[in-house]
Write a protein that binds this ligand. Structure first.
Ligand code: CP
Length: 316
């Protein structure tokens, strides 16, 4: 593996998931693979899980880890080619990416959607520029449109709960939120589920249609109750409007997932990438129920990162 920015970088998803599960069984089996290698984790945005799980994954492989909170601690980056930098930006992304490549053998970068300029976000302006100038493999720690390490962890979590039927029904259900939230987790989950052997359904209120690029073969409905019927896994996530880009539309609070709504499911397991706004997106009763997989998902972030770093290390 030479980079990891989407499901397209995966040759065989089942094999990758099984390899991650083997690493979970024996996390230190390759503890010398990364000896003498350094991974840089660059965050332009906040993080708990991605930051800590990526560090742990790299340490399990024997790598040195350097973390740069580029959104806070580094010089303010310029993104425009040819910019006359006589304003607030101090360092061009081309210089930052090139210099970080001198210090690191692999670089992970987190760069959220700004949710202001749709074209810039769709084109992954920050990630694309960083990758253009970096001279080492780049791993997305969540970009403007996708969150592949989260989606791989979600696939690992689903694989750990096999059912007595060929294909589980997996439902991605939109949830209310008070803030404007990017589409990356939802887009990415949709992409990875369509690459998996599952029956996949997306449900959201009218106006919250995702970019069709990521939903092309998925069943999409605005009827949440119908979508939830017989579901085996229910993934809860908010996202802002894609059509009315980045906006929070006037929406009914009844889209919050509650135990009552789950009565039509097949005792569905509940998933959320976290952080979660409790009792806004999902009720406490659901999140704290025995069917909740939220902490398993968070734990599996270690092994999704570890298997990806391992694959890249093996090709350095
Ligand atoms: N799920 C996830 O990416 O969590 P963080 O934003 O805390 O990294």
């Amino acid at each position: 593996m030479k980079q990891f920015i989407s499901v397209k970088d995966v040759t065989n998803l089942n094999e990758l998931v099984n390899e991650a599960l083997a690493l979970k069984e024996n996390p230190f089996a390759f503890e010398t693979l990364g000896k003498g290698k350094t991974i840089g984790l660059v965050f332009l945005n906040s993080s708990l899980r991605t930051r800590m799980s990526s560090q742990k994954a790299a340490q399990n492989l024997g790598m040195e880890v350097m973390v740069l909170n580029a959104g806070q601690d580094a010089w303010n980056w310029e993104f425009e080619e040819g910019a006359i930098m006589n304003g607030t930006t101090v360092e061009h992304i081309k210089d930052a990416a090139r210099v970080l490549s001198e210090y690191c053998d692999i670089i992970g970068i987190r760069c959220f959607a700004g949710l202001k300029n749709k074209e810039e976000d769709i084109q992954e302006k920050t990630l694309s520029l960083f990758m253009k100038y970096a001279t080492v493999p780049v791993v997305s720690l969540e970009s403007a449109t996708l969150h592949p390490l989260q989606s791989l962890a979600d696939c690992i979590t689903i694989a750990e709960h096999p059912l007595a039927k060929p294909k589980p029904k997996v439902v991605l259900t939109w949830a209310p939120h008070i803030k404007s939230i990017p589409h990356a987790v939802a887009n990415s989950f949709s992409e990875w589920m369509q690459a998996s052997d599952v029956d996949f359904v997306i449900t959201h209120p009218k106006g919250y249609e995702l970019d069709e690029k990521y939903t092309q073969n998925a069943v999409v409905t605005t009827n949440q109750e119908e979508a939830l019927k017989d579901a085996d896994f229910v993934y809860v996530k908010n996202w802002s409007s894609f059509t009315d880009y980045g906006q929070v539309l006037p929406t009914e609070e009844e889209w919050m997932l509650t135990p009552e709504k789950l009565t039509v499911t097949n005792s569905a397991k509940i998933m959320h990438c976290l952080p979660v706004r409790r009792n806004v997106e999902v009720s406490d009763a659901v999140l704290d129920s025995e069917n909740s997989l939220i902490y398993e998902q968070a734990k599996n972030r270690i092994y999704s990162a570890q298997v990806v770093f391992k694959k890249i290390l093996e090709q350095l």
